[in-house]
Design a protein around this ligand. Structure first.
Ligand code: GMT
Length: 371
């Protein structure tokens, strides 16, 4: 049994989901888990005697122009390391969590190992920024173990930061108890979708990297050929532009904007296809969520997406911006029940083998043991 601290962004987002689900599974496996975050992780919905939550408190001195969150986090981490005698502090995101963790390790009297998991945007976006580059490199090199959520992110990080620190790939996983195909016969009717209409779904935080217009343009081409509806799930900066584009293309009657939703697995369970047309994506957790609900995916040839979707086996890969090809693949799979069912089954098989949570948890446990 180990005492493990976990720090992540506690609000909605794939990295927060992974960190929280991992903490809950590690507690089930007999470890003691201490979340050290700015607020209660949104997925921490599970009461367990071995799960503790330590809130990072901020003092608001008028003299500080900006509240020093990263320093408050480091102080809290050091306090918890010493009080709880943590064996491992596992931080999700190098920026700023690994930086705060290295500082905390130096402040604390008790010896702790730092495990840093890279999720993407800190490296693929912030890593490029010269202001942060050296600091991210420092935090990575000082960590005892570094993991990335895909081979692509691991090699991109090494190249961009010019580091030969070993970065091990540990893939993401889903909570299989939540994400599985659900039989909800009246779901389509509730949403005003005819039984014969195909359902195309996109779930994201509507950031620019998700290329929302490509989702809508791909769907427009599909809808010319088949009766279909588009479900847009989530919210973010591109939301209003997406609404406008749907109106410009006269797709209002075929598109449902659902905003942020809690029961995504239920929505996925009535879908026939998930589209992810991102220009950057270190993994694409939503693809795994879709495949777990037996929804085949089409994704772009970037980052970790081709490691999650096996082209022609579990879904299809297209180049960024190629909405023509995406629509061709969509029509091909939606029009051919045999092919669709083959993609569904192979995708589901991958979720319960290659990406099974118990396998991934074991990989993290062996990294904790080895450091
Ligand atoms: O994609 C986002 O905008 C959210 C971000 C996050 O912080 O959760 O996602 C990143 O981490 C996820 C979990 O590992 C990955 O599945 C996403 O691909 C990754 N996002 C990007 O690389 C853009």
């Amino acid at each position: 049994m180990k005492k493990i601290g976990i720090t992540c962004y506690p609000t909605v987002g794939g990295s927060g989901i992974i960190a929280t689900e991992l903490g809950m599974l590690l507690a089930e496996a007999g470890h003691e888990i201490h979340f050290i975050t700015s607020s209660m992780p949104f997925r921490l919905n599970h009461v367990h005697p071995a799960i503790f939550y330590h809130e990072v408190e901020m003092s608001h001195y008028p003299v500080f122009q900006y509240p020093p969150y990263d320093l408050a986090l480091a102080s809290k981490m050091a306090e918890v390391i010493d009080q709880e005698k943590l064996d491992v502090l596992h931080v999700h995101y190098a920026m700023p969590h690994a930086v705060s963790a290295i500082l905390a390790k130096n402040i604390a009297e008790h010896s702790v190992k730092i495990v840093t998991t890279l999720h993407g945007t800190d490296i693929t976006v912030l890593g490029i920024d010269q202001i942060f580059k050296k600091m991210i490199k420092y935090a990575i090199e000082q960590s005892d173990v570094v993991t990335a959520v895909s081979d692509s992110l691991a090699s991109q990080t090494s190249d961009m930061l010019g580091t030969d620190k070993e970065i091990k790939t540990v893939y993401n996983f889903v909570n299989e108890k939540e994400y599985h195909p659900k039989e909800l016969p009246d779901m389509k009717e509730k949403y005003g979708i005819e039984p014969h209409e195909k359902v195309v779904i996109h779930v994201s935080n509507f950031r620019q990297v998700k290329r929302i217009p490509d989702i809508i343009h791909t769907f427009a081409k599909v809808a010319e050929r088949l009766p279909a509806k588009l479900l847009m799930v989530g919210d973010g900066p591109e939301y209003s532009d997406a609404l406008r584009l749907v109106e410009d293309l006269n797709l209002q009657d075929k598109t449902l904007f659902l905003g942020k939703q809690k029961n995504v697995s239920e929505l996925l369970s009535m879908a026939d296809l998930h589209l992810l047309m991102s220009e950057k994506e270190s993994f694409g957790l939503v693809l795994l969520e879709a495949m777990a609900c037996k929804v085949p995916c089409i994704g772009t040839n970037v980052g970790g997406i081709p490691e999650v979707i096996r082209h022609g086996e579990t879904g299809y890969i297209v180049e960024v911006g190629d909405t023509e090809k995406a629509a061709d693949y969509a029509i091909k799979m939606l029009d051919d029940p045999e092919l669709h069912s083959k993609l569904q089954e192979s995708g589901y098989e991958d979720v319960i083998t290659r990406f099974h949570s118990s396998e991934i948890v074991k990989q993290y446990e062996s990294l904790y043991d080895g450091c």
